[in-house]
Design a binder for this molecule. Structure first.
Ligand SMILES: [Zn+2]
Length: 329
């Protein structure tokens, strides 16, 4: 197991204590900030209940712990969207429920992890409800989600919730350096936001490059210096999920900047664009864009034209798009 992220210490302590008192919940919903370690914590929780050294669980070294880490433990079922899909389908949930109903190989727990749980489609979520309502004894079901609001409330209410917040920058870079070695992790996280688990899977130099390119495009769009159609086509062709995360990070920075300047109190209609550093969109528009970027990221597999969806977002950023209705320039 990789080094424990320091920012998860409180959650790990709470789960460990619950397990020692035999008060482990049947279902956990890990609500994570993107890339903050939800799956890491789910793996750790699976090791906690499956470890062979119950007094020191999870030891991280026994056969069970190593099999969990490799996702090859016979009592662990890991459910994620199948290849080519960003949805988790009802057949997958039925298979999971059937597996959880079987006797465990090791005579102890059966564990199911669903990640990202916000990818459960409606039918799959409904099918899961049955298992959540009547969980077999010694079952641990872990749902990992960045947007639990996409899950039916009936599912959410049957899970104990754990919140995994984004780590401080220093915690994130320390963990990345210890697990992946020295690199310019600061630049990588500047692009991505405080998402060390995502950064750990990527090449930090490439991440920084895509981040810089993405920012460049957004600044150019906001200044009316680039064509939204061409930019949308370029994004749709390369690194779109990563670019959308960078887009969110960029919007977050603008929202924070606007809050600092008292943007909440400013008028709600679109402010005319000023090139000299004034917020170019008001705070409501920034939040609106943020919602749409998240929606687009969550529905990347939907049969819609990504280029067109991006183009619509870009037009709202561009000064021409903002002034077209009723402004004179
Ligand atoms: Zn162990």
């Amino acid at each position: 197991m990789t080094l424990a992220p320091r920012w998860l210490a409180a959650e790990m302590a709470a789960l460990g204590a619950a397990h020692r008192r035999d008060r482990m919940p049947h279902a956990l919903l890990i609500h994570e900030a993107p890339g903050a370690g939800g799956e890491w914590l789910a793996t750790w929780a699976a090791q906690l209940v499956l470890c062979e050294k119950s007094a020191a669980a999870p030891c991280g070294a026994c056969t069970a712990c190593r099999r969990v880490q490799a996702l090859q433990h016979p009592d662990l079922t890991w459910v994620r969207p199948l290849e080519d899909s960003r949805q988790i389908r009802i057949e997958q949930v039925r298979d999971l429920s059937a597996e959880l109903a079987l006797t465990s190989h090791g005579g102890g727990y059966k564990v199911g992890v669903i990640t990202p749980a916000d990818a459960l489609n409606r039918f799959a979520a409904n099918a899961l409800l049955k298992t959540l309502e009547e969980p077999p004894a010694r079952t641990l079901l872990v749902l990992v989600a960045t947007q639990p609001s996409r899950l039916p409330p009936t599912v959410v209410s049957r899970c104990q919730r754990l919140r995994v917040r984004a780590p401080a920058r220093s915690e994130a870079t320390a963990w990345l350096t210890s697990t992946r070695g020295k690199a310019d992790w600061d630049a990588a996280l500047d692009a991505l936001g405080e998402a060390p688990m995502l950064a750990a899977e990527a090449d930090p130099a490439e991440l920084a490059a895509v981040g810089a390119d993405t920012r460049g495009t957004l600044e150019a769009l906001a200044a009316g210096r680039t064509d939204p159609v061409a930019a949308a086509e370029r994004w749709a062709r390369s690194e779109l999920p990563l670019r959308l995360l960078c887009f969110e990070k960029w919007l977050t920075e603008r929202i924070r900047g606007d809050e600092r300047q008292g943007g909440f109190l400013t008028e709600m209609r679109a402010a005319p664009y000023l090139s000299a550093g004034r917020p170019f969109l008001n705070i409501r528009e920034l939040f609106g864009l943020m919602d749409e970027v998240r929606d687009l990221r969550a529905t990347l597999d939907a049969p819609l034209n990504r280029g067109l969806a991006l183009e619509a977002l870009f037009r709202r950023l561009a000064p021409a798009g903002r002034t077209r209705s009723g402004e004179h320039g």
